[in-house]
Structures are given as structure tokens and as C-alpha cells.
Write a protein that binds this ligand. Structure first.
Ligand code: AMP
Length: 293
């Protein structure tokens, strides 16, 4: 990998979340926020995204101090992306209550010169057209890590297909893999995913860990750092992604990068929103990683 800079695109949101432990409104969240905060302890990202003028100044401060650069974070008159979700009693399944794109609706990111040649691009969950637009602006060939979710699988399948053709590593939940391939069998579904273009596929199995699959049939699995009381699972996948890409940028092996992702996800779910992940330090992360090795 040439340069080790990470360019991160994703949502920056105000979330309303209901779990069995309570309901919290207008929490600072979004896929890019969780990924940036997760990566920050090891390697700060260059952030691309948009917020409205209703986004709290405290949130801008958090992003500024957590990122290497927020030059490509646009602040526009209007409403910040808002998402609401409610978790079922088992804590794993959730229902999206609303998704209001707000200022993301007409967002057309134009990268600053210093962001045109990143080593890694992390396309966190957001509309695939935006993901494509970022890839089309990159001058050389970065290592592309892509995440997505059911909404885009259902509403933007063609542009998502284009993104997948340019993807080196796809991060996906098992249920999203079934939705994307329309195959409800793990092995067959993964085979189909490879036909869509990504060079490697990393499937997140929730509390059962994650497995990285290669097109040649090889695989690497890691378990989870067990959290007895999951307060709010929101952002676990994005935090995993942030930890993982920071490991890749640091030149760690896939297994070590996956462990970093796993531990960042474990921190994320210990409290509502970004609270736990933002208050974590590198010692805590490394201690958890050591127990998993
Ligand atoms: P996760 O729990 O990893 O799926 O991530 C949850 C985060 O993703 C929340 O903070 C939401 O604001 C954000 N989010 C929810 N739906 C979308 C969407 N359709 N596109 C981008 N981000 C989303």
C-alpha cells in the first residue's frame, strides 16, 4: 500500500435510539462518525461528509479532534441526516423507524486536492452513488473497503453493483449478504458475492464473530470480546470497520486488523451512541485485544 492515509466517507447523523435500556434522541452518530472515532486511537482519518446547521457544535468539535482532516466535511444550511431505530428484546434484531437524508439528499462531494490520492478509502454505509463519486475522483488506485446496508441494497442496487466491482474488501452482515444475493445459504451467498466483484468478503456474524473469506476458498475467523450488558448495538459494524482500516493502514495482518475491529465494536455497544467509544483509550483496547489472541 503506497500511502497510509485513510479517506472516510459515510453518514454523520443525529440518531434516535430505543433499546431495552431506554430511549435517547438526537445522539451524535452516523456510520462515518463511529468509524472515525474508532480509528482515531491508532490513525486519524480524513473525513468526507455533510452536516446541517442544526448539528451541535460539540459534535463538530468531537469530529475535528478525532480526524486528521475535516476539510471535506461540508456544513450546509438545512437538516442533518437523521435516523431512528428500535431494538427487539433479544438486542440483536432492529427495526429502522425513520431515515431522513436531510442535507445528504443533494450532496455532491468534491474532494480537496489533499484527499485525491489516499492509500485506503473506507466507503462506510451511505448512498452508493456518493461512494462511486468518491472513487471516481481518486487519482490512483487506493485500497477500497466498502460497507452498505439493506436500504441501499433495496433502493440502489445498480449503483451498489458498480461500487462492488471496484471494491477490494466488502464488509457485510450475514442478513445483508442474503438480501444482496437473494440466497439464504451462507456458502452459496458468499460465492455469489465474489461474482459481484469484491476481492475479499468479510462477513460479520454479530455475537458469533466475523470471518474473512478469500475468493480462493481460504478463510480467517475471529470471535467476539463478550459484553454481558449490551446497552446500544448501534454503530458496532461501523466501529468494527474503523478499527479494521486503522489496522490495515498500520500494516497489521488481516487477523490483527480484525481483532482491532472486534474490540472497537465491543466498546461501542457498552453505552448509548458514541459515549463509550469516545471515552476509550488505547490501553483498554490493547488489553482487550490481548485477551483475544
Ligand atoms: P450500524 O449499527 O453499524 O448499522 O450503524 C448505525 C449508524 O448508521 C447510525 O448511527 C445511523 O445514523 C447510520 N445509518 C442508519 N441508516 C443509514 C443509511 N441508510 N445510510 C447511512 N447511514 C445510516
Amino acid at each position: 500500500m503506497r500511502s497510509k492515509s485513510i479517506l472516510l466517507l459515510g453518514s454523520i447523523a443525529l440518531d434516535t435510539i430505543k433499546t431495552r435500556y431506554g430511549k435517547e434522541s438526537n445522539l451524535i452518530g452516523g456510520s462515518a462518525t463511529y468509524a472515525a472515532l474508532s480509528s482515531r486511537l491508532f490513525r486519524k482519518v480524513n473525513l468526507v461528509g455533510i452536516i446541517g446547521d442544526d448539528f451541535p457544535s460539540e459534535g463538530v468539535k468531537i469530529l475535528k479532534s478525532s480526524c486528521n482532516s475535516i476539510k471535506d466535511l461540508t456544513i450546509k444550511r438545512g437538516k442533518t441526516f437523521r435516523w431512528g431505530g428500535e431494538y427487539r428484546e433479544n438486542g440483536d434484531d432492529r427495526e429502522t423507524l425513520f431515515t431522513d437524508l436531510g442535507v445528504f439528499e443533494n450532496f455532491s462531494p468534491k474532494l480537496s486536492p489533499h484527499n485525491l490520492d489516499p492509500g485506503i478509502v473506507f466507503l462506510a454505509n451511505i448512498h452508493p452513488e456518493l461512494q462511486l463519486s468518491i472513487l471516481n475522483q481518486c487519482k490512483s488506485n487506493p485500497f477500497v473497503v466498502t460497507d452498505t446496508m439493506n436500504l441501499w441494497i433495496e433502493t440502489a442496487k445498480n449503483s451498489l453493483g458498480e461500487v462492488l466491482k471496484l471494491t477490494d474488501l466488502l464488509l457485510i452482515n450475514e442478513s445483508e449478504a442474503f438480501d444482496l444475493t437473494k440466497i439464504k445459504n451462507t456458502d452459496k451467498s458468499i460465492k455469489k458475492l465474489f461474482e459481484m466483484g469484491p476481492k475479499k468478503v468479510l462477513v460479520k456474524y454479530g455475537s458469533k464473530g466475523s470471518t474473512l473469506y478469500g475468493a480462493d476458498g481460504t478463510s480467517i475467523s475471529v470471535g467476539v470480546f463478550n459484553i454481558p450488558k449490551v446497552i446500544d448495538p448501534t454503530g458496532a459494524g461501523d466501529s468494527y470497520g474503523g478499527g479494521l482500516v486503522s489496522g490495515l493502514a498500520d500494516g497489521l495482518s488481516m487477523t490483527e486488523s480484525m481483532l482491532r475491529g472486534t474490540v472497537m465494536a465491543s466498546l461501542c455497544i457498552e453505552d448509548f451512541g458514541i459515549k463509550s467509544i469516545y471515552s476509550s483509550d488505547i490501553d483498554k483496547v490493547n488489553k482487550r485485544i490481548a485477551t483475544l489472541r
